[in-house]
Design a protein around this ligand. Structure first.
Ligand SMILES: [Mg+2]
Length: 99
């Protein structure tokens, strides 16, 4: 498994290559909402709410689209997600309920 930091570097190099490193943070956030909508549609298909064929591969691709944007947004704020993940996880491990 690749560390999140490595994925963030990969995203940064990709965005620099195509001139997307200066994308506005608001646009990234809006794009994340678009991808979440695409994920939601696949879930609605999976649950049978939408009478459309569910495709697990499509869901996987939409989840990964969202992950790319999450990594990109973290890059915009120089947030290291490996460190933040560890910090979050140590908080979660102390929880005794979902609250
Ligand atoms: Mg997508």
């Amino acid at each position: 498994m690749k560390p999140l930091t490595e994925l963030q570097k990969q995203v940064n190099a990709y965005d620099e290559k195509y001139g997307w490193a200066d994308d506005a943070t608001a646009h990234i956030a809006l794009h994340m909402n678009e991808e979440l909508g695409e994920i939601s549609r696949r879930i609605l298909r999976y649950e049978g709410y939408k009478n459309e064929r569910f495709d697990r591969k499509e869901l996987a691709e939409e989840l990964t689209d969202l992950l790319y944007l999450l990594l990109k947004l973290a890059n915009k704020f120089n947030i290291g997600l490996d460190e933040e993940w560890d910090s979050m996880w140590s908080r979660y491990e102390k929880k005794t309920s979902r609250r």
